[in-house]
Ligand binder design. Structure first.
Ligand SMILES: Cc1ncc(COP(=O)(O)O)c(C=O)c1O
Length: 400
């Protein structure tokens, strides 16, 4: 039996090992130079001035929302517009921050929030829109930015699945007031577990840094670093050392040097990773296009640079094989798949919001018929050929 063709992959090469070993040899495990370099490079690659590394994409979203809430004086219960298809962490983060997620149906081709439906969901309580760039495909950011401007709403981009993807030549994460990324293991760039907040706004950056570190008054690099030669001048100006003066209810959401070292090395390989993912997606699309009467393959406009964190497929009407039969067949052939981010039908949300799935016809269609395969840089051509051959064998068995 061949090895499992999984949905995610982390490539740990010589550079990752070298940097992690350097971090270990330096003897500093908490936040330090590797974390700062990783944050700066990650932010720069998304055209942003500030990067704040967190211990998950969920904590990045949570803190980004709380930073906006503090800066813009949002009340508890203010509404944030989120898509009806996304990983549950996007809307959970709103709930964590005392905000109310309002779901909007998605587009049937991009699977991202449908900009035509956003304005209908805006009420006098709406404070922000959270576009989520699912599966590596950027949302229609020009339209969303225009709606946000018109209604004076903040934008918080959830870029967890779309590192380095671009819309009209601009990277995701550069449209929002603040953006959040996950660097969990299956994501394009990984730190094992982790996430990053990016922004150009110095206030949001400062509040976020404080929030991830227990609400400290000062979180500047020179305060945090233990190098006595670089001690921040402001540190002892207050009655207690500013590092230990807490000015807001914060969290413990930081990463350490081992994650920073891993992330920094991964960033140096990002072009290779991206090239390989796009090549894999093009190979699958070519190989599966003869089944496009049965399977909806990824389609996207030329002004988008897709980062293909996954390869999404939706079974079309008239296909002789159900999703259950298809994913079980793939599984028996050692090809892993996952549901396409069902959200509004999750048991926990049914308890909170009621039976709302019927209100989102496209999301329901995706929930019932969608699944995704891996598209990652660990896949070989042989794996991709095997995926296409497996679909061919399945359809052949139905007389196609
Ligand atoms: C769209 C989206 N948002 C948020 C997250 C949460 O990230 P994490 O698992 O790092 O908390 C994920 C994780 O997969 C995601 O896909």
């Amino acid at each position: 039996m061949r090895n499992k063709i999984g949905v995610g992959h982390a490539s740990i090469g010589d550079l990752e090992k070298k940097y992690v070993n350097l971090a270990l040899d330096a003897g500093r495990l908490s936040q330090g130079e590797f974390v700062y370099k990783f944050e700066k490079n990650f932010a720069r690659l998304h055209d942003q001035r500030y990067g704040i590394a967190c211990n998950s994409g969920t904590s990045a979203l949570h803190v980004a929302l709380e930073a906006l809430k503090e800066k813009r004086s949002w009340k508890n219960g203010s509404e944030v517009i989120v898509p009806a298809i996304t990983f549950i962490a996007s809307s959970n983060a709103c709930l964590h921050a005392g905000l109310h997620p309002v779901f909007v149906d998605v587009d049937p081709v991009s699977y991202n929030i449908n900009p035509d439906l956003i304005e209908d969901a805006i009420t006098d309580k709406t404070v922000a829109i959270m576009p989520v760039h699912t599966f590596g495909q950027p949302c229609e950011m020009d339209r969303i930015a225009q709606i946000a401007r018109k209604h004076d709403l903040a934008i918080i981009e959830d870029c967890s699945e779309a590192h380095f993807a671009t819309f009209n030549g601009r990277p995701v994460g550069s449209y929002g007031d603040v953006s959040a990324f996950s660097t969990y293991v299956a994501h394009t760039i990984t730190t094992g577990v982790g996430g990053v907040i990016t922004t150009n706004d110095p206030d949001l950056a400062e509040i976020s840094r404080s929030l991830i570190a227990h609400g400290r008054a000062c979180t500047c690099e020179r305060c945090i670093a233990s190098n006595p030669e670089s001690v921040c001048k402001l540190r002892m100006e207050t009655e207690i050392d500013r590092r230990f003066m807490m000015v807001r209810i914060g969290y413990s959401y930081r990463i350490g040097e081992l994650e920073g070292a891993l992330g920094l090395a991964q960033l140096e390989n990002k072009d290779e990773i991206m090239k390989r993912r796009k090549w894999n997606a093009a190979f699958l699309t070519e190989g599966l296009s003869r089944f496009s009467d049965y399977l909806q393959l990824p389609e996207y406009p030329e002004y988008i640079d897709h980062s293909f964190m996954m390869y999404p497929l939706v079974i079309r009407q008239g296909c002789p094989v159900s999703r259950k039969e298809m994913v079980e067949y793939l599984e028996r052939n050692n090809i892993e798949s996952r549901p396409m981010l069902p959200l509004v039908n999750q048991p926990v949300y049914r308890n909170i919001f009621g039976d709302i799935e019927e209100q989102f016809s496209v999301a329901k269609w995706i929930n019932d018929n969608g699944f995704y395969l891996g598209c990652h840089h660990g896949l070989e051509q042989d794996d991709l050929e095997f995926i296409c051959d497996t679909f061919a064998a399945l359809f052949k068995s139905t007389g196609y």
